[in-house]
Design a binder for this molecule. Structure first.
Ligand code: XIL
Length: 300
């Protein structure tokens, strides 16, 4: 195969990218997008601050633009993201009453998932709920602080009740190294959810890597999570300076695990990346494939 999407499809996987609605009119961008990628994650357009900037006022316009593009070009969509402490409007983060916040969170999940029902392959239901460092506990957030530990379970149960066909995922960063406390915290949560029947189908490993790429234990981590009975994916892959061998190594970790169902890079050209100056993507500023593009294509 001579595109990322077709090469990944050869082993039943997908190859995706983050997309910004505002760049769809750039023909260089759109040409690469539609040639190479068969899964799309909206970079910002389905986040709370865009979708529900004030209580009960929903704005699906930017997200719809991306979904319409995907539909027209045969690409599937990952919904990103329903419950996250970041890019969260002030009206939510200032809620102090648990009953109010619970109904606000469940209503947000319900309205957004209902709007996109039938159009989303997988949702990042909860994003980045675990703390960095050695605690292995949830991070501080309005959801954690006001609703307590049960907010993640509540979000997943609500999500399943709204759309029983979409895959429901937990997504986080720095959970790629098996021995890290953060990885263990997420693993124990997924294990607990599976044992109690809390609906969860997948775990997304963001995979924002430094120039050395994935930690040595990444494949072990992916396979240990998969053994719990969830699919795993690399959801936001980017790698400082895009070393071809480091990129291929990260991709290989997924290919080595049967339940690793796909890989998404966090943007198309280096100039599209949120990591300014780090050149972490597969295409240069002009849309030319970099060396890492070739190594990834070969690995797939
Ligand atoms: C980033 C976007 O790329 C930026 O455009 C935005 O300013 C901030 O968010 N983890 C995530 C993504 O789950 O949503 C983040 O995306 C990168 C880190």
């Amino acid at each position: 195969a001579n595109t990322l999407g077709a090469a990944a499809a050869g082993s039943g996987r997908y190859f995706g990218t983050a997309v910004a609605a505002g760049r769809l009119g750039d023909s260089t961008y759109a040409t690469i997008l539609d040639r190479e990628f068969n899964m799309i994650t909206p970079e910002n357009e389905m986040k709370w601050d865009t979708v529900e900037p004030s209580r009960g006022n929903f704005n699906f316009g930017p997200g719809d633009q991306i979904v319409n593009h995907a539909t027209a070009n045969g690409q599937r969509m990952r919904g990103h993201t329903l419950v996250w402490h970041s890019q969260l409007p002030g009206w939510v983060s200032s809620i102090g009453d648990a009953n109010t916040l619970r109904s606000v969170m469940n209503n947000h999940i319900t309205q957004e998932m209902t709007h996109y029902k039938g159009k989303i392959y997988a949702w990042d239901v909860v994003n980045e709920a675990f703390a960095d460092g050695g605690s292995g506990q949830h991070r501080s957030s309005v959801f954690q602080n006001v609703l307590g530990n049960g907010f993640i379970e509540e979000a997943f149960r609500t999500a399943r009740s709204v759309d029983s066909s979409a895959k429901l995922c937990y997504n986080d960063y720095s959970i790629e190294n098996w021995t890290d406390a953060k990885t263990q915290g997420v693993y124990n949560m997924v294990k607990d959810f599976k044992s109690r029947g809390v609906p969860i189908d997948c775990v997304g490993f963001q995979s924002h890597f430094g120039s050395g790429g994935a930690p040595a234990g990444f494949r072990t981590t992916l396979s240990n999570f998969a053994a719990l009975g969830v699919d795993v994916q690399l959801t936001e892959l980017d790698l400082a300076q895009a070393s071809p061998t480091a990129y291929a190594g990260a991709v290989q970790a997924c290919l080595d695990v049967a339940r690793c169902t796909g890989i998404t890079v966090w943007g198309i050209r280096d100039s599209d990346s949120w990591r300014t100056g780090e050149n972490p993507l597969l295409f240069d500023n002009y849309g030319n494939p970099k060396a890492a593009y070739g190594s990834v294509l070969t690995a797939l």
